[in-house]
Ligand binder design. Structure first.
Ligand SMILES: [Zn+2]
Length: 84
C-alpha cells in the first residue's frame, strides 16, 4: 500500500487527505481534501489502519509535488532521496 505523507497531508490511493486530528493512541485521522467528501483515513506510524467512509468523487487527485520531483530527478539524474 503506497502512502505518501508529511505532517499536514497524506496521499493514499490517489486521494489526498488533510490532517484532521490525532487520537490519544497516536494514530492520526485524515480527511479527504475534496469539498463535501466525507471519506477519512486513519494511519499509525505511516501505515494505513483503515479507511472510513466512501469518496463521493472519482479518484483523480494527483501528487503534484511528487510528480514534479520525479521529473526533475530524471532530468538532472540526481538520486531521488526524498522519494525513497
Ligand atoms: Zn474523497
Amino acid at each position: 500500500m503506497e502512502i505518501v505523507t508529511n505532517k499536514e497531508h497524506v496521499v493514499y490511493q490517489s486521494n489526498k487527505y488533510g490532517r484532521y486530528y490525532t487520537k490519544k493512541n497516536d494514530s492520526v485521522c485524515w480527511r479527504c481534501t475534496i469539498k463535501r467528501c466525507n471519506a477519512r483515513l486513519e494511519t499509525d506510524n505511516g501505515a494505513v489502519l483503515k479507511e472510513i467512509g466512501q469518496h463521493n468523487h472519482a479518484k483523480k487527485v494527483a501528487i503534484p509535488s511528487a510528480v514534479s520531483l520525479r521529473v526533475a530527478c530524471k532530468r538532472m539524474t540526481f538520486p531521488c532521496v526524498l522519494l525513497r
